[in-house]
Write a protein that binds this ligand. Structure first.
Ligand code: FAD
Ligand code: EPU
Length: 337
């Protein structure tokens, strides 16, 4: 039976809730089905888009090619020592189920990344990060299907080229691989990361906090300030936090003494995009069906019935206003098609 379906609505498969269609759609359960699919769909690889849970994408027009959703399942222990455990998860598993699995066994490493929506497969793509931790710090290996050769290949964390919201899968190797599984390393005696925001403060009174305590605190912070895509369409932060030169940062600090700046290197600082967007009057501001979230202006929200093009236009207005006021370019974090 053919794996290919024609003219499928993408509305249930992404979190912005935009109503667009894809010309071709297929769900695959294993690498054999991937090979079968490519023999059935021999078109140009540029026409192909892999989708996980669609929590970091925006479709601005109908998709003319093939959307593939790899629903490869399974969570297995690959190795265990006195110090650590290596867990392999199939691409289609939910990322937060992996975090929960580790936390339930008092294993550390992923607890700060609690409640990030999406699949295991997408976790290395933009090197998901939150509350002072990035997934690249716990990734042991990424397994992927090469669209060009049909072979399965493995990437070490070094080969993945992880950096802030980036990896080779978003850069030089974009569109060449379909991630099929990821292995993570979790520690039995973890060093907890408590320095972001008020995490440490929220844990006061707990003598020896555990990964479960950190998960609870991070989950509380997240649910208090990020919109639930099941209620309000969104894809999390729409823009990245820009990295600017020290000279530019110092100039801005003279003008805006309370500007949030974070150390990156001797010559660079990260600047809060949410703060700049808020300064431009965009916290909770709305134009028609699109706006920024009232509790976190870095998140663009579909208030119902917006098109992808309308969301993208609003993003461009925000980019223009921030650039005009701060001379800082905001890069889009979400994958726009
Ligand atoms: P998708 O959106 O489906 O895909 C994302 C990208 O990965 C696309 O380019 C897609 O082509 C590619 N891709 C997906 N699967 C594969 C595969 N198997 N092989 C090759 N390419 C693939 N992100 C953070 O980093 N930190 C956060 O704190 C955070 N908070 C969020 C909060 C909310 C409310 C929302 C809605 C999003 C948030 N995000 C956050 C963004 C998002 O959750 C992550 O980027 C997540 O990893 C996306 O997973 P997904 O399965 O939905 O990927
Ligand atoms: N801020 C404001 N106004 C706001 C919110 C934030 O001025 O309404 C300023 C404050 O100075 C605050 C600072 O921004 O202290 C940082 O805010 P927050 O902790 O919410 O983090 P963020 O930089 O806005 C980033 C990620 C989030 C991630 C959080 C927590 C990016 C692009 N975004 O947001 O990731 O969850 O940190 O680590 O790096 C995502 O990628 O989708 C995402 C939600």
């Amino acid at each position: 039976m053919s794996l290919l379906r024609r003219n499928v609505s993408l509305q249930p498969y992404h979190t912005f809730g935009v109503d667009v269609q894809t010309a071709y759609y297929a769900e695959v359960l294993n690498p054999t089905e991937l090979r079968d699919l490519f023999s059935e769909y021999p078109e140009d690889a540029e026409d192909i888009l892999v989708l996980g849970d669609g929590s970091n994408v925006l479709f601005t027009s109908p998709f003319e090619g093939l959307i593939i959703r790899p629903l490869l399942h399974g969570i297995t222990i690959e190795k265990e020592t006195d110090q650590y455990l290596i867990l392999r998860a199939g691409a289609g598993e939910k990322w937060d189920d992996v975090v929960q699995w580790a936390v339930n066994r008092n294993l550390g490493g992923a607890e700060n990344l609690s409640l990030i929506p999406g699949t295991v497969s997408a976790s290395p793509i933009q090197n998901i990060g939150a509350y002072g931790v990035e997934v690249g710090q716990v990734i042991e290996e990424v397994e992927a299907f090469s669209i060009q050769t049909g072979d399965l290949v493995c990437f070490s964390p070094e080969e993945c080229g992880f950096s802030y919201r980036n990896s080779i899968f978003k850069g030089s190797e974009k569109g060449k691989y379909i991630i099929t599984a990821v292995s993570y390393r979790f520690e039995k005696n973890p060093e907890l990361h408590l320095d972001y925001g008020d995490i440490r403060q929220r844990l006061e009174g707990i003598d020896n906090p555990t990964p479960a305590d950190v998960r609870r605190v991070v989950s509380d912070i997240r649910t208090s300030k990020l919109p639930d895509p099941a209620i309000l369409g969104n894809a999390g932060s729409f823009f990245k936090n820009p990295i600017i030169s020290l000279g530019h940062a110092e100039k801005l600090r003279q003008q805006y003494p309370d500007i949030p700046l974070y150390y990156i290197s001797e010559t660079e600082r990260k600047i809060s995009a949410a703060w700049m967007i808020q300064q431009c009057g965009w916290r909770g501001k709305r134009i028609g069906k699109v706006g920024t979230y009232e509790k976190q202006p870095l998140v663009l929200v579909n208030y119902g019935g917006a098109t992808g093009a309308e969301i993208f236009e609003t993003a461009q207005i925000i980019q223009w206003e921030v650039e005009h006021q701060f001379e800082v370019a905001l890069d889009i974090e979400v994958n726009v098609f």
